[in-house]
Structures are given as structure tokens and as C-alpha cells.
Design a protein around this ligand. Structure first.
Ligand code: ADP
Ligand code: MG
Length: 344
């Protein structure tokens, strides 16, 4: 087998993440560890691939995600292009899923990860909201730590919350709209059907500030969720409690860890992981007492507390029993070892 890998990072060898979304893993260390396993490693910055004719074809490419909007677009362009002639890890689909709960729902359906019913929209106007099953969870496509995630109990709340997704227009825009509505008298020779009224209505719609969102089936009565990080056959598990009077566990920082395996949870996580094809998978798992559901997932650049604060991970033994493996966490080691295992 060709043991040759290219690592692409953002500026200053950034490869997220460790403590926070702005803290990088040590890519040189990951590269050295991979080299120790017999891999030939080449490193580039994304901008070098675009601008300095680093021609990548037929290669295995492990690349960084970013939480910064401009960088996400940049990486998206480059990885889409590279994915046509290379093996990119994670896949382009999983890059699109990153910090995009809308595409996650599309992708879940593609791979048969069914469970929570969900819809993906650009506006409340698209939703048949009077006949929705309430309560329902509204999530903006972007946002972490519970920001942008609200519980909607009824139709009036739906109207209120979807209205909050928009932004009010500034005074200049408002005056301009007033002018267009009442004072404008335009004619266009090349557009004889033009109407001031129609143009005003269409322009008003065009100006409307919108945020895309999903509506996801609500799992009632949870006082915690699980964060499970799967790294090939290692399963890191952290329980996250909700704050009193809230339903969101993400962002509370109320973590707990156990060394006693929960086989049903671990088997569910494994069955989900097997639907994907990726070295790392961070899962938010909701458990209603009988069934497990995936709330959201990330293939890279996920929160690392689940590893950093743990004393080790769970692993299935050949006899299918789960066991806890004591292992002092070292993030770069974990990344390198998991990649090596995945690429085997
Ligand atoms: N469908 C759901 N039903 C009940 N609780 C949910 C549901 N989806 C998410 N939650 C809760 O809300 C929290 C935040 O939602 P999540 O989709 O993970 O967004 P974030 O990106 O903010 O972490 C989760 O940690 C979980 O506790
Ligand atoms: Mg989450």
C-alpha cells in the first residue's frame, strides 16, 4: 500500500481543535507520529494549494475544518475541487455537514440514519406551522453551545421565534421602501409589464434578512445528553446535564464521566459510526429511556472535552463485551493513531 498522506491546514498550521475553536492541534507532532508509523507526510497551507500550483492528484488528503466563515467557504471551494481527483478525509459530504445542521439532516437521510423527523427551511413562511406537531425544536443551521436552539411549544411561539430569526431594517432602507411604495412612477421600455407595486413587493422580500433553520422532533423530558466521540474502535463518552428549567445540555459544562460501560449506548454509537466512513465522529446522543437518537454530529473540529477530561475510552472486546481502557489522553497521539488505524 502507498503510505503517503498530505495534510492541509489553515494559516499558521492551524488544525482545529484542542481547548477551544481557536486552539490548534500540533500538526508537526501529528506528522512526526505518522512518519513514525511509516507514512510519508507532506504538509501544505490551503492557500498554497490554490495559488502556488501544488498539484494534488490521486493522493490521500487529511485536512482541517474551520469555524471561521470566510475560511469555511475557502476550504469548501478547495476541498470540493480536490475531492474530484483525490481521497479527501473527511469526505466532502462531512465537510458540508460541519456546522450546518441543515445539510446534516439531508445527509442523515442519505445514509439511512433515521430517527428524529426533521425539516430544513429558509423561512417560517415555508412551514405548514398550524399543523406542526408541537413541541418541536428549532435550530438555526449554525451555532454551538445551545445558541440558536429553542423549544417551540405552539403556533404563536412558532411565529414569534421565526420572526426573531430576521433582523429589523435600518432607517435608510425603510425610507427607501416607503419611496418605492408611494412615490415611484417608473416605466421600462424593455420591460413593458413592469409594475411599481409588484417591484416594491419583490424588493421588500429580497431585502428580508433570513436565517436557515431546521425543525427537529423533540425528545421530551431529557435531563442530560451524551457526547460520544468515536475514533475507530475507541469510544469516549461524556454525559452532559441540562441546566434547571432548560432542555439543552450543550454549553452547560456540567460534565460527568463513568468507567462502567453502558453497552446499549455503545452499541448504538457503533451502529451509527458504521453508517459513516470517517476516522472521527463526534455524536450528540439523546436517550428517552428506551430509544437513542442522534441530535447532531461532527467529523472534525469538535469539542475535545470528551477526550481531554477523560481517563480513557471504551472498547469492544473480541467477545463483544465492552471494557474501559485506562489511557491518559494525548490529542495528537489520538489523531495520528486513529488515522493510521483508519487508513489500514
Ligand atoms: N431533538 C431534541 N430533543 C430534545 N433535546 C434536544 C434535541 N436536540 C437537541 N437537544 C438538546 O439541545 C442541546 C443543543 O442542541 P444541538 O443540536 O446539539 O446544538 P448545539 O450545536 O448548540 O450543540 C443538545 O445538547 C440537547 O441537550
Ligand atoms: Mg451539540
Amino acid at each position: 500500500m502507498n503510505r503517503d498522506i498530505v495534510i492541509l491546514t489553515s494559516r499558521n498550521k492551524f488544525f482545529g481543535q484542542t481547548r477551544k475553536p481557536w486552539s490548534s492541534l500540533d500538526v508537526d507532532q501529528i506528522a512526526a507520529l505518522l512518519a513514525g508509523h511509516g507514512w510519508k507526510v507532506e504538509q501544505h497551507d490551503f492557500h498554497q494549494v490554490v495559488n502556488q500550483a501544488v498539484d494534488l492528484k490521486g493522493r490521500t488528503i487529511f485536512y482541517a475544518f474551520s469555524q471561521k466563515d470566510n475560511y469555511r467557504q475557502y476550504i469548501n471551494d478547495i476541498v470540493y475541487h480536490l475531492s474530484k481527483n483525490n481521497r479527501v478525509i473527511p469526505s466532502y459530504d462531512l465537510l458540508k455537514c460541519h456546522e450546518n445542521k441543515g445539510y446534516q439532516e439531508i445527509f442523515k437521510k442519505t445514509i439511512g440514519l433515521n430517527g428524529l423527523v426533521a425539516q430544513y427551511h429558509t423561512s417560517g413562511d415555508e412551514v405548514n406551522a398550524e399543523s406542526l406537531k408541537y413541541p418541536v425544536v428549532l435550530k438555526t443551521t449554525q451555532g454551538t453551545n445551545g445558541k440558536g436552539v429553542v423549544l417551540i411549544r405552539n403556533y404563536p411561539e412558532f411565529l414569534k421565534q421565526t420572526k426573531l430569526l430576521g433582523k429589523k431594517l435600518g432607517l435608510r432602507r425603510k425610507l427607501d421602501l416607503f419611496r418605492r411604495k408611494y412615490l415611484r412612477k417608473k416605466k421600462f421600455i424593455d420591460y413593458p409589464d413592469y409594475s411599481d407595486r409588484q417591484d416594491y413587493l419583490e424588493y421588500r422580500e429580497y431585502l428580508k434578512h433570513e436565517q436557515n433553520f431546521i425543525l427537529q422532533e423533540y425528545v421530551p423530558g431529557l435531563d442530560f445528553d451524551y457526547r460520544v466521540l468515536v475514533a475507530c474502535d475507541r469510544y469516549y463518552v461524556m454525559k452532559r446535564s441540562v441546566k434547571k428549567g432548560d432542555f439543552r445540555a450543550s454549553g452547560t459544562k456540567k460534565f460527568s464521566f463513568s468507567k462502567t460501560p453502558d453497552p446499549a449506548l455503545l452499541e448504538y454509537a457503533r451502529s451509527v459510526y458504521r453508517m459513516f466512513d470517517t476516522p472521527f465522529l463526534s455524536l450528540d446522543i439523546l436517550f428517552n429511556g428506551t430509544q437513542y437518537f442522534v441530535g447532531e454530529f461532527q467529523a472534525l473540529h469538535f469539542g475535545m472535552s470528551v477526550v481531554a477530561r477523560s481517563d480513557g475510552y471504551f472498547k469492544a472486546l473480541p467477545n463483544e463485551n465492552w471494557t474501559f481502557v485506562e489511557d491518559k489522553p494525548h490529542l495528537e497521539n489520538l489523531v495520528a493513531n486513529t488515522l493510521v488505524e483508519y487508513l489500514k
